[in-house]
Design a protein around this ligand. Structure first.
Ligand SMILES: Nc1ncnc2c1ncn2[C@@H]1O[C@H](COP(=O)(O)OP(=O)(O)O)[C@@H](O)[C@H]1O
Ligand SMILES: [Mg+2]
Length: 340
């Protein structure tokens, strides 16, 4: 996340324990279709990695391989230092997973769900009761704790799902599209909860189709498309990769657009005109262009509503990397079942 602290180095730690998640050349084939095609990355302890890509990119398949739910065709992953192929039990003890589909039991109450899953982890009765109350409180579910889950809203279900995956306090947490389908308010609430978790030392890998979500939460972003990594960097690096800032100017009156366009062209770059928005966008060398262009507009008498530099959004990044928008929904098959 933007403001998150760097992972704290504990004296005496060996270098490898500072890496919480390691994907090593992961490949997954379904028949002759390659869903994940050589994905490698590392996630330092206490940080957030955003695995960003459109529907069908291979995010869920990657997460399933990293969480022992699906064997890699080749390659492997290490979670908290344990290999998913060699030590799946130890991997599971060190991770939590919230999948794309809710896993909580509808008939049970929130509290019962927490106790049931905690019981499966072998947590003692007293500790489990304490931990359940703590999680209900942390996720604002205390009042709803004794209600059946089937009466919960979408946001409440996601929060319970997350609470359940945290019952054993795993150091590494995987979240597969945690906010898909949530309304904007539930989404920002969940972001806050996730920020708190990371502040408490949890390492997070979250998949998302939302560029804004990765921008909000992730220290590092891996962009995947068609099973391959197409970019990797901090949100800022990815935005810089999409090109320099542009100069954006909105005129007050649509009839001034042609004159404004001619003026901006004097700066020597191409000008893009968005007529309905009365907005002109031009490439720029940076801040130095601003006073010059401002002076031209002042002299011209063209009335301007808004004038400034705009950094490319992650959406622009995705477009420049893939040639299509991240929200293009060409693949709808999103099954979690193994067919082979
Ligand atoms: N069990 C499966 N059998 C065959 N194809 C699958 C299976 N699971 C996923 N796929 C395919 O692999 C690709 C990646 O899917 P997935 O990992 O679910 O993408 P994402 O989570 O990024 O939307 C998709 O084309 C999907 O249809
Ligand atoms: Mg998915």
């Amino acid at each position: 996340m933007n403001s998150v602290t760097a992972p704290t180095a504990v004296p005496g730690d060996v270098a490898t324990t500072d890496v919480a998640i390691e994907a090593i050349d992961l490949v997954k084939r379904f028949g002759d279709f390659t869903a994940v095609d050589g994905v490698s990355f590392t996630v330092p302890r206490g940080t957030v990695l955003g695995l960003l890509g459109p529907n069908g990119a291979g995010k869920t398949t990657t997460v399933r391989m990293m969480t022992t739910l699906s064997p890699p065709t080749s390659g492997t992953a290490r979670i908290a230092g344990y290999d998913v192929r060699e030590q799946p039990g130890l991997v599971r003890q060190n991770m939590g997973l919230t999948g794309q589909a809710a896993t909580v039991d509808e008939i049970l109450t929130g509290r019962e769900n927490l106790r049931m899953i905690g019981g499966l982890y072998g947590i003692g009765r007293k500790a489990l009761a304490r931990r359940s109350e703590q999680l209900l409180e942390q996720f604002s579910l205390t009042d709803a704790g004794d209600k059946q889950v089937k009466s919960y809203s979408g946001g409440m279900r996601r929060r319970l799902d997350l609470a359940v995956s945290l019952i054993a306090a795993p150091p590494v947490l995987f979240l597969d599209e945690p906010t898909t389908g949530l309304d904007p308010r539930s989404r920002t609430e969940l972001w806050d909860v996730l920020r708190d978790l990371v502040a408490g030392g949890t390492t997070l890998l979250l998949t998302t189709q939302y560029l804004e979500e990765a921008d909000q939460l992730a220290d590092d972003i891996v962009v995947i498309d068609k099973g391959r990594i197409i970019a990797h960097g901090t949100p800022l690096q990815l935005k810089e990769q999409a090109g320099a800032a542009s100069l954006v100017l909105t005129v007050s009156h649509a009839e001034d657009l042609p004159a404004a366009e001619a003026l901006l062209r004097k700066n020597g770059t191409e000008v893009f005109v968005d007529v309905p928005a009365r907005r002109l966008t031009a490439a720029t060398g940076g801040l130095g262009d601003l006073p010059r262009v401002a002076a031209w507009f002042e002299e011209s008498g063209i009335s301007v509503d808004d004038f400034g530099l705009a950094r490319p959004s992650l959406d622009d990044v995705f477009l420049s990397l893939t040639g299509h928008r991240a929200t293009d929904d060409t693949t709808t098959d999103d099954t979690d079942e193994e067919k082979s």
